[in-house]
Design a protein around this ligand. Structure first.
Ligand SMILES: [Zn+2]
Length: 217
């Protein structure tokens, strides 16, 4: 994996947080994001609204999980970002937010079942809910890593959602699609529940994705 230089990673983190804000996936200072860089990761700071973030606001966390002491405090979820990037070498970025529909489902312990084929952007036939643990704890970080297994996203019980990507753009796009799938699930549940796609239909969809867009996936 080619790692981004620190300058572009710092700017990308601002872009992620402002996009989450603009698209309504996040409000205030609750979401956070990280990008893998040489020797560790950069993570958004704690309690700073996206409009006030600057490249220098981002906090370096080393490969052992220790945040730099000479700047702002890191996001309270820096342990979760560190655990995910450590467990998933293919991931370059992690995006966490309290988007409304994903959070509603997470508060009800409802996973996202495969009723719409786009659920497959999370690279699994559904999006699971990680067990509840207090925000910011290593316990939550471990629960999320375990629940995600090989998937690119999960919900977090009574909390929100988290997504990863091989690029920061992919992590952001998956977080956006998780919210869309959560909204579809919410609506389907209101109508009595959606019709599940079969394993065969999902396998056909995976094959068809190879021919979608302008390049092989
Ligand atoms: Zn959170």
């Amino acid at each position: 994996m080619t790692l981004p230089d620190e300058k572009s990673a710092r700017e990308a983190l601002i872009a992620i947080m402002r996009r989450l804000d603009a698209s309504g996936l996040n409000r205030g200072t609750s979401g956070n994001a990280s990008i893998r860089v040489e020797g560790g990761m950069l993570v958004t700071p704690s309690g700073v609204p996206p409009a006030a973030m600057e490249p220098a606001s981002m906090v370096f966390v080393d490969a052992g999980g220790a945040p730099a002491q000479d700047g702002l405090r890191p996001s309270s979820e820096f342990r979760m970002h560190h655990h995910i990037l450590r467990a998933r070498p293919e991931a370059q970025a992690v995006v966490h937010c309290h988007s409304r529909y994903a959070t509603i489902l997470s508060c009800c312990g409802r996973s996202i079942e495969p009723i719409h084929y786009m659920v497959l952007v999370a690279r699994a036939a559904g999006i699971k809910v990680a067990p509840y643990a207090t925000f910011g704890t290593a316990e939550l970080a471990e629960a999320v890593v375990e629940t995600m297994a090989g998937a690119y996203a999960c919900l977090m019980a009574n909390h929100g959602q988290v997504a990863l990507g091989r690029t920061w753009q992919e992590a952001l796009a998956i977080a956006e699609e998780v919210e869309e799938q959560a909204a579809i699930t919410y609506g389907a549940l209101a109508l009595g529940g959606g019709n599940l796609l079969s394993a065969g239909q999902l396998a056909d969809t995976v094959a068809q994705f190879r021919f979608y867009g302008q390049g092989a996936t």
